[in-house]
Design a binder for this molecule. Structure first.
Ligand SMILES: CC(C)(COP(=O)(O)OP(=O)(O)OC[C@H]1O[C@@H](n2cnc3c(N)ncnc32)[C@H](O)[C@@H]1OP(=O)(O)O)[C@@H](O)C(=O)NCCC(=O)NCCS
Length: 381
């Protein structure tokens, strides 16, 4: 291979991948100053101008000539917008890596660039392309998901950045696979009523989550919660919601005060990938002790029900049936189910383990999309 003559130019009409030139040194250096770039990649730190110079004028050309690394400049909107590279390895399996300039992010540039490289690899006879990212790099994971990478696994400690071991996500795509998303990646819509605002949980909710989940009543009825429940448990809970969205398993909202945006509780629609019935889901919730006894949870569950029964093509979860369980003695939770139109279908005996070592009966409720439920038509919400 000769550089730059033999570097193939790849384009989909919006994004063009081409050989780097010296004009890319400055914008590439600028991208490497971005905190996200430094956090999620292995670039050396501090990243000096000479490093960018050496990368563009020596390392990239050498990679092409030796055939052990193919790096393209990404052009978007008429200028350099990032770099994508492929480690061709044995030319049977290659590994893709990419970065997009902060100004160009969120426009599908990363996804377009990855698809172009993956298609190119398959045209060149590769069998598979792999992708890896440090756990928590949601933007990169989304690009991989958008491009059809699948069978994601987490490999503990398989990555290393500047001497520190990191957990990694790894996924791949094979030559016969479609370059399309596999499975659902749910979104958390903001839903407002005069009583509550349902919105995504965020890091700053951790303190309120920890207060709510340390509360005696929450601890009593949700016996699976850690005890004591610490701030890091709350942070893990919040981060864990992102994984449930990305894997299509659950949608979970912060219930917030519409005036102050302070967290009042949590409502979730989960088991969305139930093995037997993919049209059902379970509803679960807990309230912060300060928010109890004033109809907050009933209002929030009503919003969650409506979203659950809204067809997927209209932005909802496309559910046909919801179930809800509340332990014997948990009158408040059973009431939330009843005021929202759930039907009591029976009880599972001694099904709910308590912290006292006792097993209480579990009351079972369900609600069908075809039932009448308060809030079914918008006027009654
Ligand atoms: C990862 C990166 C390349 C994404 O580039 P991009 O051009 O913004 O990618 P796209 O626009 O094609 O797709 C990004 C998607 O991720 C979403 N996203 C971004 N941050 C997210 C987050 N924290 N959580 C969930 N989704 C997120 C965007 O909304 C977008 O979603 P969409 O597909 O619904 O539009 C870019 O953020 C980057 O350069 N980061 C630093 C370097 C890096 O991490 N490289 C990858 C190393 S493995």
């Amino acid at each position: 291979m000769r550089f730059p003559e033999d570097v193939p130019t790849l384009t989909d009409g919006v994004v063009t991948l081409r050989a780097h030139t010296v004009a890319d040194i400055q914008p590439l250096y600028d991208v490497c100053q971005d905190p996200e770039m430094q956090r999620w990649t292995t670039i050396p730190l501090p990243y000096e101008y000479q490093r960018a110079e050496q990368y563009v004028t020596e390392l990239i050309p050498a990679g092409w000539v030796k055939g052990n690394s193919w790096a393209w400049a990404i052009d978007y909107d008429g200028r350099y917008a990032g770099t994508i590279d492929l480690l061709p390895e044995d030319r049977i399996v290659g590994e893709v890596g990419f970065s997009v300039a902060p100004w160009a992010r969120g426009n599908g540039v990363g996804t377009r660039a990855v698809k172009l490289v993956v298609r190119h690899c398959f045209d060149e006879g590769f069998q598979r392309v792999t992708w890896r990212a440090y756990v928590g790099n949601w933007g990169s994971r989304r690009v991989a998901w958008n491009s059809g990478f699948r069978n994601l696994v987490t490999v503990l400690g398989s990555g290393v950045a500047r001497g520190v071991r990191k957990d990694e996500w790894v996924a791949s795509i094979a030559r016969d696979d479609e370059l399309e998303p596999q499975g659902r990646w749910w979104k958390v819509p903001v839903i407002e009523t005069d009583r509550v605002r349902l919105r995504p949980l965020r890091g700053t909710d951790a303190k309120r989550v920890a207060e709510a989940c340390s509360d005696k009543r929450t601890q009593k009825w949700l016996a699976g919660l850690p005890n004591p429940y610490q701030l890091e448990d709350a942070e893990g809970f919040i981060e864990g919601r992102l994984e449930l969205l990305a894997s299509g398993e659950a949608v979970s909202w912060a219930i917030a005060d519409p005036e102050t945006d302070e967290l009042l509780g949590n409502v979730s629609v989960f088991d969305l990938k139930n093995r037997i019935d993919k049209t059902m889901a379970e509803v679960g919730y807990w309230a912060h002790p300060e928010a109890r006894g004033r109809g907050v949870m009933s209002a929030a569950v009503r919003c969650a029900i409506r979203h659950a029964f809204t067809p997927v093509e209209d932005g909802g979860l496309g559910r046909r049936r919801l179930v809800l369980f509340a332990a014997e003695g948990n009158a408040a939770s059973q009431r939330v189910a009843e005021v929202n139109g759930f039907t009591r279908t029976g009880r599972q005996r001694a099904a709910s383990p308590g912290r006292d070592g006792e097993f209480r009966d579990l009351h079972c409720f369900d609600l069908l999309a075809t039932d009448e439920w308060p809030g079914k038509s918008p006027e009654t919400s």
